[in-house]
Design a protein around this ligand. Structure first.
Ligand code: 6GU
Length: 239
């Protein structure tokens, strides 16, 4: 059982987002548990203040360290990154300054017992959270979001589907996009002709050896065209 605790100033954002598809099924099967918590619940002042002005000046507000350290302390039973990681717990700070989420990082998180996700605001989070509390600082890509909440949904989805049993018996996470450093091959279904567009003949022919070769070739071509960065790094054999 993998447990996710999400710390956010918008807990309502997560009310229904995990109630669909594979994530819903994994929750129903008891493979994962996901809960969102209001950061304001760990403030100690009357007005439940979670942010403050940046030292050194500038626009925007910065999330204060105290409520975040308190929240992680309560949810994970400790508030020191080293001890947490040793206990199989991962404390993920979502911020545009993090390491970019990859399939490999998601697979590592899927092996943890407990993942605490801290949603930053784009203006910033006090750096002591990244420095001494988080085991991981993660971004989901090179663009700016207003907050970490949409990124938390992406991260949880990517990790949950890698938890053993989450995909069911009919599919395996091994045989898909990125596992080999290539994009997935193109898919087609009926009708065999639509608005003048056909389907590659090899796919309707039933020769499974030829189909496998076509798919591999098409995956390589698509990767070269759309993701030259991945293509460069893919370890393709001579054939
Ligand atoms: Cl994790 N947070 C924000 N605010 N922006 C992002 C991001 C995270 N990942 C990509 N852009």
């Amino acid at each position: 059982m993998l447990r996710f605790d999400i710390i956010t100033i918008f807990p309502e954002f997560f009310r229904t987002v995990f109630d669909f598809g594979i994530v819903r099924r994994a929750r129903a099967a008891g493979l994962v548990e996901i809960e969102a918590h209001d950061l304001r619940g760990w403030t100690k002042d009357k007005h439940k203040v979670v942010d403050d002005r940046p030292f050194g000046g500038g626009d925007g507000m910065v999330l204060k360290p105290e409520p975040i350290f308190e929240a992680v302390g309560h949810l994970a039973g400790a508030s020191e990154a080293q001890a947490l990681r040793e206990a199989g717990k991962r404390i993920v700070l979502l911020s545009p300054q993090g390491r970019v989420l990859t399939q490999e990082l998601a697979a590592g998180l899927a092996e943890a017992a407990h993942v605490v996700v801290i949603c930053g605001r784009y203006e910033g989070v006090d750096e002591r959270v990244a420095g001494a509390l988080a085991t991981d600082e993660v971004s989901i890509g090179d663009y700016v979001l207003s907050g970490g909440e949409p990124a938390a949904v992406v991260l949880v989805d990517a990790v949950v589907r890698l938890v053993p049993g989450a995909l069911g018996s009919e599919t395996s996470a091994v045989n898909e996009s990125f596992s080999e450093g290539l994009l997935d091959f193109p898919h087609y279904t009926r009708p065999p002709e639509y608005r003048g567009m056909g389907v590659p003949e090899v796919l309707t022919g039933g020769n499974h050896g030829e189909i496998a070769r076509w798919r591999r070739r098409a995956a390589i071509e698509k990767t070269r065209r759309n993701r030259p960065d991945l293509f460069e790094r893919a370890s393709l054999d001579e054939e």
